[in-house]
Design a protein around this ligand. Structure first.
Ligand code: HEC
Ligand code: HEC
Length: 283
């Protein structure tokens, strides 16, 4: 165990150095190489979310709670999450990074037509979807402090974005795939070389540090990330975490193809969504 822990500490430290370097390239203000991984990740997005610059009072507290829930979902909503990951596993740095599940502007795009539901859905419905599929869990009630906090946070992230605009292309990570099937044997070899030191050879990751890519603690088969195009795009732009952008499209495609050959939880259609009724004081 101590062995594993020191190995992990080393990996995390290496990742922090790599990320600090990446941020330094992007932002001239990034002058603190000793910053932690998460601090340096958010420094690039200071203007989007800075806990010091939030509105004061209960509104600021709600926005901050929403941010913190995305970053450490299990801590705040242990009964709503089955998958061993937080929203930030896919919406990197709580949705503040382009091409990494950015949630900037999302509030301006709802309510929205949803093909799967065949109706207009609200932002709360869309958040509930990620709870059901990506987190393999159950959504918190729409009137709960936590759901309201996630919506306030996303509204805050979207405060400069007008409604009715098409999604800015560079926020998405969806890519056009090669026409041939992925070479999963090549993907397996690359996975062992470039991914398994964090996500582990068995794909289970390491709780609290590296999210699971397959197996019982991963997202279920209804999740967006279980589609080859989504995972390939995410991996192409964001992985490996210690050298993002270093994979070719073909490599990202082959690795994702291999990751997706493994078993993962199956979505349970009859999972209950509870909406406790409220006395009409004022909600
Ligand atoms: C396993 C990966 C994964 C996890 C974990 C995850 N999501 Fe998502 N989420 C996605 C993908 C993929 C999309 C679709 C992205 C796209 O269409 O570009 C998405 C879309 C969304 C959207 C709509 C974004 C838009 O621009 O339309 C919201 C809101 C959202 N997620 C919230 C959450 C919240 C809140 C959590 C945590 C409770 C969460 N997600 C956890 C993968 C994930
Ligand atoms: C240095 C450690 C590290 C390495 C190496 C790494 N990852 Fe990740 N990966 C992470 C972390 C941490 C996250 C959570 C998101 C974040 O913080 O960027 C993540 C998130 C992910 C996710 C989305 C969340 C999930 O559980 O599905 C996928 C998919 C993924 N990685 C695939 C890969 C693949 C494929 C490789 C190899 C090409 C790879 N990763 C290499 C650390 C790593």
């Amino acid at each position: 165990m101590p062995h594993l822990r020191s190995k992990l500490a080393l990996i995390v430290a290496l990742a922090a150095v790599a990320m600090t370097a990446a941020c330094a390239n992007r932002s001239s203000q990034s002058s603190a190489p000793q910053q932690s991984a998460s601090a340096s990740a958010s420094s690039a997005s200071e203007a989007l979310y800075d806990p010091q610059a939030l509105p004061t009072g209960p509104l600021g507290a709600s926005i901050k709670l929403g941010h913190d829930i995305l970053d450490d979902t299990q801590k705040y909503l242990p009964h709503n999450v089955v998958a061993g990951m937080s929203c930030s596993a896919c919406h990197v740095a709580a949705g503040t990074q382009a091409r990494a599940g950015s949630l900037v502007g999302v509030y301006a795009r709802f309510p929205q037509w949803n093909k799967r539901a065949k109706r207009m859905i609200t932002l709360q419905d869309r958040i509930a979807e990620c709870f059901l599929y990506s987190m393999n869990g159950t959504p918190p009630a729409y009137t709960s402090k936590e759901m309201i906090a996630m919506v306030s946070y996303m509204a805050y992230l979207s405060r400069k974005v007008p409604t009715g605009q098409p999604v800015a292309k560079d926020t998405r990570f969806i890519v056009a795939l090669p026409s041939a099937a992925p070479n999963v044997a090549h993907g397996a070899a690359l996975y062992a070389q470039k991914c398994s030191m964090c996500h582990q050879a068995n794909g289970a990751g390491v709780a609290g540090a590296f999210p699971p890519l397959w197996g019982p603690t991963s997202f279920n088969n209804g999740a967006g990330m279980s589609h080859l195009a989504m995972m390939t795009g995410f991996v192409l732009y964001n992985m490996p975490k210690n050298a993002p952008g270093s994979l070719s499209m073909q490599d990202a495609y082959d690795i994702s193809g291999w990751v997706l050959t493994h078993k993962r939880p199956v979505f349970q259609k009859d999972r209950l969504i509870t909406q406790p009724s409220q006395p009409a004081k004022f909600f």
